[in-house]
Design a binder for this molecule. Sequence first.
Ligand code: F6P
Length: 359
Amino acid sequence: MKVGILTGGGDCPGLNAVIRAIVRKGVFHYEDEFVGFLEGWRGLLEDKAMPLDLSSVGGILPRGGTILRTSRTNPAKHPGGIDQCIESLKKYGAQALIAVGGDDTLSVAQRLHEKGIQVVGVPKTIDNDLAGTDYTFGFDTAVNVATGAIDRVHTTAEAHNRVMVVEVMGRDSGWIAMYSGIAGGADVILIPEVPFDIDKVAETIRLRHGRGRYFSIVVVAEGAKFSTDVDPEHGAPIVQDMGRDEFGHARLGGIGNILAREIEKRTGFETRTVVLGHIQRGGSPSAFDRVLATRYGIGAIDMVHRNEFGCMAALRGNKVVSVPLADAIAKTRTVDKEMIDVAFGILDKLTKDKEAVAD
Ligand code: F6P
């Protein structure tokens, strides 16, 4: 069987491990052939492809990025784009397509499935915000990078008696902020799920310093929102510019600096910001992500040969299973109450004001 593979959306550590696993199992166990479409859906729109065989996936397991490259191209925004994708699959003789991506990429996969194309999805995003699966690959690596950064920020905060604000990625979900904040021992964790009151954040920090602590660590997800009118468009996430990608997403970023300014103004404590940005997405995947990505790749090619199309490989209770693509793209997976309770559980009684952190 000839199978197409593409990687779409923001890159993510582990993409190459998925590609490698699909190709190796496909060649060794099913005698498959593969074509890789380049730069996400753009490859199908603009006829950009490369053959994929055992030699092309040699040595890529620990490499970040994706040998197929990626883009945020949305065929549905191009006249006749969906039909063009179908034509390209025919042209290359691909009888099935494995799309590796987040909700945007997989929503296009679902559209193709509805048009009769044999599609399987693999869940990818450092944000871990895809429904239908317990974890996306890439998330663990991003959390490790953010936790390492928070550890480093801790020592300099302590040396200077400062408040340090660490801005991490997370557009609609605060999973990276929550995990790295807990792992890094942050004093305040702010997530997009719960708009926060800046006065309560400042009060939390003041109380901590009043008990003899002389530094604090605040972890904030880029998509977190002020509940008060500190920012001009309060209640909306802070954006870097007014542009939007083809899936309608704005470029977030900048909340860390605004937050630091407001904390310093309210507390009088010297405050600095670190924005981790794409450092969280680049570089080598963690061992956990290499294994998870490999399991997803194997799961996806097995699903192709079991004719489980219109589905996505997913992790449920440490088993790789198949779930409908429609379920995966139906909603955003936000931070759940159990995790929020864990964060509150480790806070000092004096600072245990749920609204000050997140609820
Ligand atoms: O893919 C998810 C994500 O990492 C978000 O957390 C972030 O807002 C976005 O990608 C950044 O995308 P880009 O690299 O296109 O600016």
